[in-house]
Design a protein around this ligand. Sequence first.
Ligand code: 9MR
Length: 393
Amino acid sequence: MKRVHSLMRVTFFLALPGMMHSHLMAEETPASPGVAPQTEIVRTEKSLKEAVAKRFKMGVSVNNGVMTHPAEAAVLLRHFDTVTPENCMKMNVTQPTEGVFRFEEADAFVSYAQKNNLEIVGHTLLWARPENTPEWFFKDGDAPASAELVLKRLETHISTVAGRYKGKLAMWDVVNEALADSDEEYLRDTEWTRLLGEEYIIKSFEYARKADPDALLIYNDYRCDRPGKLKKLIRLVQSIRAKGAPIDAIGLQAHYEYGMIPFEGIEATLQAMRELKVKVVFSELDMDVVTRQRWYEDDGKHQEELSKFDPYPSECPPEVLESQAAQYARLFALILKYEDVVERVTFWNLHDGQSWLNDWPWKRHNHPLLFDRNLRPKPAFDAVIETLETPVQ
Ligand code: 9MR
């Protein structure tokens, strides 16, 4: 509690409309002469991290904006013990041009988290999609870069970035989204795969361990609950280990869709990882309520119509919120069943207004998280707390 107070006291805060609800109180503290009055934000709802009671870590992804937004910081510090930077440690930010490293944002993030006793998850050393790897990586002047050069660059990148924060981060998402989506292919068809096959993944884990020996090293991907992708995930874990490289955990991104949470597939993944003795993190949890599946169906022929679809522009209907709450509760009950395997659950953003699902794959008002746009806890929040507080049978 001391931490929350000291943070709140350094920043002047103007109450936001719609924020003065029963879970939250703002108190003015007397100002010294010549100093603006300060408002302390005390949240009174139950705390997620306290309800979890150390069975796993409770995390959230944020941007540096939280540092200058006391109301958001109050939510962050009351509920979470772990933070993931949403964007500032990605390759396109940390090394946009070869040899030009930019750490201003990441340094500020790390120092804020440390000051507030938050554990940090580095995200991510290598995002294996073409659009998420800077183009210079694969060029050598006008010619394509050789496999040796690309590997050398990868080593430099990982040793520089992970090395900079050595001992300060609890975990690293080492490689992100390297598995192919189709059932036929094993790895995503990219320059990485064409030049190096699996080797670039194996080497990434070796470089990361060398640069920061105490960080828990994670392979992170989406939809590993699909049988085809789970098979590939198992193959990848076994392959990394067979080469003597380190892997400690797999990350399930967990970008779920309302009414379509693949509970069976998630359980199959948890079981498989328990057998392999690999930890699991739910690394980017949210629940899209203006679901996106149809966007990709029938060769994209619904996209024009969907791009105007925005059914909940102001409030999300109560029945949707209630059903979302029930789905979150079921998910957390499943997670608790595997608490020996699950190391962390991280929500992807703090509140509904910040979610990437308001923009992707089209612009709409989404409501995927536990806190609404005014930082009020939603029915899903209560349902998660209740699930966490219910003794496991
Ligand atoms: O939420 C992130 C968004 O702000 C960025 O524009 C985007 C591209 O860098 O990445 C989003 O986060 C992604 C995460 O890093 C990896 N898994 C998928 C997430 C959603 O796209």
